[in-house]
Design a protein around this ligand. Structure first.
Ligand code: MG
Length: 296
């Protein structure tokens, strides 16, 4: 069975037919939030219900962090430090070079954040993250909590200033910038995962603020949760049947078919052309003929 569904013929040149999808590891309860560390040839990702961050390399799996505060999405800042969204502490944290963990944001205008979900870092060093309510709907260890703020997209500037940037989406989830950062894409997964809206919004960036939000694309299998960008501006999104590649004009180019519901993705590998895929109980990867837009 092919690993790919080619819808736009151009997608045929994005994939390598001698490099099929591989399952690298399994046995997780819900894997999400992959982030590549090229300097360690390793991937970190969350196994949320088991409250751990897992480290995968070609040598195998280890636990990077137990008692991980139910971390979800991760990225790295311009200095290579790990930035994490934590449901358990309702915060965004940074892991310093000495291993200590600094809380970067946990409240806004005196109210607690909901449960930061996914995070990216802009070229200017600002940390952008989404704050839907999913993590406080789940009573993992008694921290099911009240929603004190609208589900929003935030920008955290390098000087520590936190500002809500988008407050009128139902439940913002995955997000990414276009290569030139003139556009911001944000998935809306709805108040309940089973309800609309379940689409990707796109915003024009005007003076470092997202404007003119409009529907960019609605995946045709399940919903978009996490997304990443390739260096040509194509959006790669998670979906129920795999990873969908969406052109800058919003049309579906093709799919990497995955036998489990995909939560999130990231590019990695020495050539930035290996797509890592967290999908329900397993971690997969596939080598593509595309390069991810991955910093640092
Ligand atoms: Mg997510």
């Amino acid at each position: 069975m092919s690993s790919f569904d080619i819808i736009d013929p151009a997608f045929g040149s994005f994939v390598l037919h001698n490099a099929p999808l591989k399952r690298l590891a399994t046995g997780f309860d819900w894997a999400e939030g992959p982030v590549w560390f090229g300097d360690h040839s390793a991937l970190l990702f969350s196994d949320i219900p088991n409250n751990r961050i897992v480290r995968w390399s070609e040598e195998g799996l280890t636990t990077f962090r137990a008692q991980a505060n139910y971390s979800n999405g991760h990225t790295r800042d311009a200095q290579g430090r790990l930035i994490s969204c934590e449901h358990g502490t309702r915060s965004v944290t940074r892991t310093e070079w000495d291993g200590s963990v600094t809380t970067l944001a946990s409240s806004y205008q005196g109210k607690r954040l909901n449960s930061p979900n996914d995070v990216i870092v802009a070229k200017d060093g600002a940390i952008w993250f989404t704050d839907p309510h999913y993590g406080i709907m789940t009573d993992y260890e008694g921290f099911k909590g009240a929603e004190e703020l609208p589900c929003s997209v935030y920008r955290l500037d390098p000087d520590g200033t936190l500002q809500a940037m988008i407050t009128d989406m139902a439940c913002p989830n995955g997000l990414c910038f276009s290569p030139d950062e003139s556009r911001l894409y944000v998935a809306d997964t709805g108040r309940q995962f089973t309800q609309d809206p379940q689409h990707i919004m796109v915003f024009d960036m005007v003076q470092n603020r997202p404007k003119k939000g409009r529907i960019f694309h609605k995946v045709n299998a399940g919903w978009s949760d996490g997304m990443r960008m390739d260096s040509d501006g194509n959006l790669w999104s998670s979906a129920a049947d795999g990873v969908h590649c969406i052109a800058p004009d919003g049309h579906l180019m093709g799919k990497v078919l995955v036998p489990e519901v995909v939560s999130n993705i990231c590019f990695g590998g020495r050539a930035k052309n290996r797509l890592f895929i967290t999908a329900t109980t397993s971690l997969y990867s596939v080598i593509l003929n595309r390069q991810g837009l991955q910093r640092p």
